[in-house]
Design a protein around this ligand. Structure first.
Ligand code: ATP
Ligand code: MG
Length: 564
């Protein structure tokens, strides 16, 4: 029999000061997790049961689409990561160390290299393809800001799957099947998710979709238009070319004196204008050569778009600004310079703009980009925001949602197989690099996201699929042994109906038991106490609705229909 004593139920009154999110607070208070170091947690037995239920749902759905489970090592020799080129590129999230022989290793933050190495050792022919392997295992990422408990930790459990193909069509099929499996997984966990077009980031590749749980506390911003069927992470959302708006004649541009106006807000205040009629210029360096980016003064640069446009880049230093343009930061502009200029599409919407003059304390007014910056090339440079025209139907606009990224699928193509020389022989006898996909779900983050969606003022409110136990029996008179046989019969009956059940057998007061049962969020509570001895009745309470129903112990079978 599972009891509060043997199942290690350890609720705590206070949540730690660093717990900003409800999910983090409740996971600590309900005794699901305990912090060991920044971003490193013990998953306590109650938390373990939740994680295992989540893992089993993922496992079922991965197996159902013909994916084979394995366990890859967490400790990875540096050589493998050098082969892919990521040893140098990955940065400080990668925890590197040396063994006693001074051989370099890392703790795996993701496993494309390992799986490519494993598969290429065994798969040599197209006849063995397609195939997908997955694991549900520990990852380590030395996050710059671990926070929100297991939502953004350094050591965490991920389901990561990798597929191998001989054609783009075959990858398309697995990529689609995987997304359907993801929808089923999140639905079975009782979660509302959106699937958004995403940026592929450090993993590489060329197409990706993120699964996000809609939540106000989410770190990701998603832009949507439901009628147009459009959902994209704002980082990956295009902004459209509105086409040049031809205006009534704009006077020629002219330089004006603008003392102490290095920021957009300064020039707006000085001239009594709005930021959207200012032209913001940013100097970047690509392979040590300068490039200028111009966008409307009220918009932000999207670094991922710039990276796609020009490749790896860095911001120019103030010394470089002075060297190339002869001014200080704040007075940079695209006129009268040989530097290549990229103009954001947004600069087609106003008749004229005010921009920096490449001379301190001076700006240029009446700049019509189309007319005055003929060497500028047009592109999409800015971060999309709510109110922008929808990329799939420009007659409507997108609105913004916050979301927690719980899953991510990528088409990797041949990025890793080419770098690592992982090939197979195709039908015509030619050696080809594997075409690959990869697919992740964060187990802890999904559990935490579920709590963000399923809780109330009294604590957790688990969906049936993830509850550590489906039913809790609160024994209000634990010292009275007359209740023991009734409780034993109850437990046997409930288990025979296929539900798991735990008994609060502690010597605490009823108040403490009610509070803890609510805090732990088991879907159903069964109250057994003096009333049971007096009148032969037990009470069943539904955690979510608070609804209670009395049942006679002589008709225990009736209870079954009240537990789902
Ligand atoms: P983020 O942008 O939030 O850092 P990511 O894009 O780095 O996420 P992926 O590399 O796609 O994440 O990893 C797959 C999944 O692993 C994510 O969807 C998320 O559920 C989970 N995950 C990633 N980083 C963490 C972390 N630090 N803590 C817990 N789960 C994580
Ligand atoms: Mg990350």
């Amino acid at each position: 029999m599972h009891t509060y004593t043997n199942a290690f139920v350890v609720t705590v009154k206070e949540s730690p000061n660093d717990a900003e999110l409800v999910s983090h607070q409740l996971m600590i208070r309900a005794g699901l997790i305990k912090k060991m170091a920044a971003g490193v947690y013990t998953i306590l037995p109650m938390g373990h049961r939740v994680f295992q239920k989540m893992i089993q749902i993922i496992r079922d759905e991965m197996n159902a689409i013909g994916s084979a489970e394995c366990t890859l090592p967490v400790t990875i020799p540096a050589d493998l990561w050098k082969k892919s080129g990521r040893w140098d590129k990955y940065g400080r999230e990668l925890l590197r160390f040396v063994d006693r022989h001074d051989r370099p290793f890392c703790l795996g933050p993701t496993h494309e290299e390992v799986i490519t190495d494993v598969v290429s050792a065994y798969v040599t022919s197209y006849k063995q393809l397609p195939m997908t392997l997955y694991q549900i295992h520990t990852k380590f990422r030395d996050e710059i800001r671990p926070r929100f408990g297991v939502m953004r930790s350094r050591e965490f459990i991920m389901k990561d799957a990798y597929s191998f193909h001989d054609s783009a069509e075959s990858l398309d099929a697995t990529y689609a099947a995987m997304q359907q499996a993801y929808h089923r997984i999140f639905e079975r966990c009782g979660l509302t998710v959106v699937a958004a077009q995403a940026d592929s980031g450090a993993i590489g590749g060329n197409e990706s979709v993120e699964f996000l749980v809609v939540a106000a506390c989410g770190e990701d911003s998603v832009l949507v238009n439901t009628e147009a069927g459009f959902v994209a992470n704002s980082e990956a959302c295009p902004t459209l070319d509105p086409g040049i708006v031809h205006h009534v004649s704009v006077p020629p541009y002219a330089m004006i004196h603008t003392p102490n106006c290095p920021r957009i807000t300064d020039i707006c205040a000085y001239r009594g204008i709005q930021p959207n009629v200012c032209l913001k210029s940013i100097l970047i360096m690509v392979n040590d050569a300068p490039i200028m980016l111009c966008l409307p003064g009220d918009r932000d640069i999207n670094e991922a778009k710039i990276q796609r446009l020009v490749g790896a880049f860095r911001w120019a230093t103030s010394a470089e600004l002075t060297h190339y343009l002869g001014c200080s930061p704040g007075y940079v502009g695209p006129l009268n310079t040989e530097i290549p200029v990229w103009l954001d599409y947004g600069l087609k919407t106003q008749p004229h703009y005010t921009c920096g003059a490449n001379q301190d304390d001076h700006h240029v007014v009446n700049v019509s980009p189309d007319r005055d910056i003929p060497h500028g090339q047009w592109a999409d440079l800015k971060m999309a925001i709510a109110g922008d025209p929808c990329p799939s139907d420009p007659s409507v606009t997108v609105s913004a949602l916050r979301g927690i990224e719980v899953g991510h699928v990528f088409k990797l193509g041949t990025t890793y197989s080419q770098a690592m020389d992982a090939t197979f022989t195709n039908a015509t006898g030619t050696r080809m690099p594997f075409i690959m996909g990869c697919y992740g779900i964060g187990v802890g983050r999904t559990v935490a996201a579920c709590i963000e969606q399923c809780h109330d003022d009294n604590g957790l409110c688990w969906p049936a699929a993830l509850a550590p136990f489906h039913v809790v029996i609160l024994n209000l008179c634990p010292k009275n042994t007359d209740l023991d046989p009734i409780i034993q019969r109850l437990v046997a009956a409930i288990e025979s109906w296929g539900y798991d059940v735990i008994v609060d057998n502690r010597p605490d007061s009823p108040g403490v038991k009610f509070n803890d049962a609510d805090l732990l969020g088991f879907p159903y509570q069964i109250i057994v106490g003096r009333k049971t001895l007096d009148s032969g009745h037990i009470e069943r309470k539904c955690r979510k609705t608070g609804e209670t129903i009395g049942v006679s112990v002589t008709q225990m079978d009736v209870l079954k229909s009240y537990l789902n």
